[in-house]
Design a protein around this ligand. Structure first.
Ligand code: BV8
Ligand code: ZN
Length: 257
């Protein structure tokens, strides 16, 4: 059983407004690779930053489409882990919790979180790169990228690539939650991708208590009030237990298989 500083437990028990930023580390225990992890198999030769860009898609749409098809299948067969479920519990226990995620895998929603801001989109959704129409179904073809039924444009994943701007409504809501929260959590993120990486600093500047939960130290670590280094799927359920007790309150991922 982990122990947590009593003042943090006290803050959380009393907190009315909490903002949480999550990154790929939260999905690591669900078997999904983070961006720092080396890629596997066919994709080992590519860096994500070199594939997740409009330039890469323009240069080789089939390579980029296939990378996302591979990651979409991985996301669809993944299950939320105890870290995702602990965040669902926290949303029930805290009057106003805003979950800001950089992840595109849809696992927070699958776990049951409701108040989610997907800063970088969602890999499960596919839209036309020309007219923006969303595609529910498409014909997979080993030789080509599926095309929009409406205008014939190339389909693409509904994610934010590097050098693309984030959805304004999601970013504005994330900045608002960050500026008004009493406690800001940065969980499972290396904190290098902007503008998401700036949110923790903005929370700090507004006087929020900043808590980091991450497998290893990050550039944010020296700036936070509390840093817990380890697996979010282990630390978050322990934190929920320590603050709100009643350990059978949240689900382990077994109960959801
Ligand atoms: C933009 C969707 C305006 C696609 C993604 C300001 C300063 C510097 C650079 C910039 C800046 N403004 C803009 C930039 C450029 C760029 C950027 O930030 N580049 C970086 C590389 C320096 N940003 C952009 O382009 C953004 N757009 O700002 O628009 C603009 C327009 C034109 C020109 C300039 C600016 C768009 C960024 C969004 C990119 N899309 N995802 C896809 O998924 O394919 S980002 C993608 O990478 C993820 O979504 C995620 O955000 C990021 C990876 O970060 P993490 O989630 O943190 O994952 P990572 O692997 O890094 O870390 C995981 C952590 O978990 C590790 O620390 C690990 O230790 C830990 N961990 C592992 N296991 C566990 C664990 N922790 C706990 N438990 C575990 N079990
Ligand atoms: Zn179209």
């Amino acid at each position: 059983m982990m122990t947590f500083p009593l003042d943090l437990i006290h803050f959380l028990k009393k907190a009315a407004r909490v903002a949480v930023l999550t990154g790929a580390g939260v999905s690591q225990e669900s078997g999904l690779r983070t961006f720092r992890d080396a890629q596997a198999g066919l994709w080992a030769q590519y860096r994500p930053e070199d594939l997740a860009t409009p330039t890469a898609f323009a240069r080789d749409p089939k390579l980029v489409w296939d990378w996302y098809a591979y990651r979409r299948e991985a996301a669809k067969s993944a299950h939320p882990n105890a870290g995702h479920f602990a965040l669902v519990e926290m949303e029930k226990l805290i009057p106003e919790l805003t979950l800001i995620t950089q992840n595109v895998d849809g696992l927070h929603r699958m776990a049951g979180s409701k108040n989610i801001l997907e800063l970088h989109g969602n890999i499960l959704n596919v839209r036309c790169s020309e007219c923006g129409t969303f595609a529910e179904t498409w014909e997979d073809d080993p030789e080509s990228v599926p095309r929009c039924k409406k205008c014939g444009g190339l389909l693409r994943p509904d994610v934010v690539w590097f050098e693309e701007t984030l959805p304004r409504d999601q970013l504005e809501a994330a900045v608002h939650a960050t500026r008004t929260c009493q406690i800001f959590f940065s969980i499972g993120t290396s904190g290098v991708v902007h503008p998401a990486a700036a949110l923790a600093h903005a929370a700090k500047a507004e006087g929020a208590v900043v808590v980091e939960v991450n497998a290893e130290p990050t550039p944010l670590t020296p700036r936070v009030d509390y840093a817990f280094h380890g697996k979010s799927g282990e630390i978050l359920p322990e934190l929920v237990k320590s603050v709100w007790g009643n350990e059978n309150r949240f689900f382990s991922d077994e109960s959801f298989k």
